[in-house]
Design a protein around this ligand. Structure first.
Ligand SMILES: NC(=O)c1ccc[n+]([C@@H]2O[C@H](COP(=O)([O-])OP(=O)(O)OC[C@H]3O[C@@H](n4cnc5c(N)ncnc54)[C@H](O)[C@@H]3O)[C@@H](O)[C@H]2O)c1
Length: 371
């Protein structure tokens, strides 16, 4: 791997920084920890065991301190925080699946709301903590099924337990931001800045979670049981996992640099022109890996699709200069080639994908690639 430490990405703020990541055994968390360590951060992960088998974290060479624990366990969290003394906390641990949240609302609310409360309490007791970045979702917005994107100051909502738990967690975060980490008392009574970062569904190599289109298609194609696609015209804002992570790292950088205006909510999503439907996704995947197999069952009548939600990312663009690096074709290409290499060659492309992503971002002149 190219030496990212010398490249001074994100102005080099992560070099030697003590960063605690909750949910490090998960899909996004493992990519996040990988990138952080390559920039010289000292990382401690805190999480329940990997939610899938196989799991991305077991496939990559990750030099971090890994603690297996539940975020609802205050005592254990406090111990780990007191011992590791993090300066930055990326809080990602969650029950992240909408379908499962219908079956297990208790677990979902407990983990996503009470678990987050426990993380914030651990932060409150730990003097070293200066920056808290909590990963939420585009689903926190009350969905009006508009054609235009949601902005950070739109009303929060959520009809299913997952969305509601994440919206509730945002409201709780706001109460911490006012009650304990109030900006007016920043630098005198406390030294903590808090941000929430909202992104939509992401894709990328190493995701084996249930009910996600690409992992499902890959598994079925490998097993020789092509899945039937009943909603070929559904569109989703597809985005590679490295895109929101570059946004989270940018917000982290600004908080580390004590720029108070970034202690707020930020959206990170693909450009609004990047919507493609499921059938187009499948055609693209097959273009890059001909083993991909599926059957399309075309509906007689194409109904309006409920629930499509887009993010307006103007705030991230204007305040941070953040934009996505890859278009949807590249996001799909790097995702499916990751699985192809894994299943056909037993080779892991995480390092290569990260290097390509960074060099493409440099070519585009993105702010986080400059010192
Ligand atoms: N993947 C997406 O498309 C997507 C989209 C929007 C938001 N998010 C958010 O991003 C974050 C990461 O999601 P992901 O896709 O990596 O999911 P994931 O299921 O792969 O990872 C979730 C992580 O949280 C951990 N975890 C779950 N319950 C826990 C508990 N009680 N205590 C400690 N750890 C616990 C799991 O072990 C795992 O490490 C979540 O907050 C999720 O809501 C993900």
């Amino acid at each position: 791997m190219e030496n990212l430490v010398d490249q001074n990405l994100f102005s080099g703020v992560y070099k030697g920084k003590r960063v605690l990541v909750t949910g490090h055994t998960g899909f996004k968390g493992s990519w996040m920890c990988y990138w952080l360590t390559k920039m010289g951060a000292e990382v401690c992960g805190y999480s329940t065991p990997a939610p899938s088998d196989p799991a991305h974290i077991d496939k990559i060479d990750l030099n971090i301190r890994s603690v297996i624990g539940d975020i609802r366990n205050q005592e254990k969290l406090d111990e780990v925080f007191a011992d590791f003394k993090p300066e930055v906390v990326f809080h990602m641990a969650a029950q992240p699946l909408v379908r499962l949240s219908y079956k297990e609302p208790d677990e979902t609310f407990e983990t996503n709301v009470i678990g987050s409360l426990r993380v914030y309490e651990a932060c409150r007791k730990t003097e070293s903590v200066e920056s808290i970045i909590t990963i939420t979702t585009d689903k926190v917005y009350e969905n009006h099924e508009w054609d235009w994107g949601y902005r950070e100051n739109d009303r929060l909502g959520g009809k299913d337990p997952y969305s509601a738990s994440k919206a509730a967690m945002e409201i709780m975060t706001n109460s911490y931001r006012h009650s304990y980490f109030n900006l007016e008392k920043y630098g005198t009574d406390h030294q903590v800045l808090m941000a929430t970062v909202r992104a939509g569904n992401v894709i990328g190599g190493g995701d084996w979670a249930l009910d996600r289109l690409i992992p499902d298609i890959v598994e079925a194609s490998i097993a020789g049981n092509p899945v039937s696609i009943r909603s070929p015209y559904s569109t989703r804002p597809w985005q590679h996992v490295l895109e929101p992570i570059s946004g989270y790292l940018m917000i982290g950088q600004k908080l580390i640099e004590k720029e108070t205006k970034f202690g707020e909510a930020y959206n990170f999503g693909p450009s609004v022109t990047e919507d493609v439907n499921v059938e187009e996704v499948l055609i693209t995947l097959k273009k890059y890996w001909d083993k991909i197999d599926y059957k399309i069952e075309r509906p007689d009548v194409v109904l309006h699709e409920a629930g499509l939600l887009k993010l307006d990312c103007t705030k991230a663009y204007r305040n941070l200069g953040w934009t996505p690096v890859w278009n949807v074709d590249s996001a799909l290409k790097y995702t499916i080639l990751w699985y192809k290499e894994y299943y056909e060659e037993k080779d892991i492309q995480t390092e290569k994908d990260l290097n390509t992503y960074i060099s493409d971002a440099k070519e585009k002149g993105l702010a986080w690639t400059k010192s």
